[in-house]
Design a protein. Structure first.
Length: 96
């Protein structure tokens, strides 16, 4: 069991370092989310409550920012469609 615990700890640490090296913030958040989950599992196995709490907080922060990022990306994709619809409507003559 100790070898698996160490593998999880080292893999989580490596993933954390890899996440910091990412060129885009969304990739950083996804990888950091995975690293925090692995390190939370590792610290649960060690019984380190402060580190578990830290990683739970980091997981929540990463999830929140990923949610915000996805919501704004979805809105940006929908915006041109709405703008085109508005411009077409403004060019039509109004019938009364």
């Amino acid at each position: 069991m100790d070898i698996w615990r160490e593998i999880v700890g080292w893999a989580g640490s490596a993933l954390l370092i890899i996440s910091i090296l990412q060129p885009t913030i969304s990739r950083l958040r996804w990888l950091n989310l995975g690293a925090s989950a692995m390190l939370m599992a590792y610290n649960l196995m060690l019984g380190s409550a402060p580190m578990v709490a830290l990683n739970i907080t980091l997981i929540a922060i990463n999830c929140w920012y990923l949610f915000v990022y996805m919501r704004s990306a979805r809105a940006a994709r929908a915006e041109p469609v709405v703008a085109e619809g508005l411009s077409e409507a403004s060019e039509r003559p109004v019938s009364r």
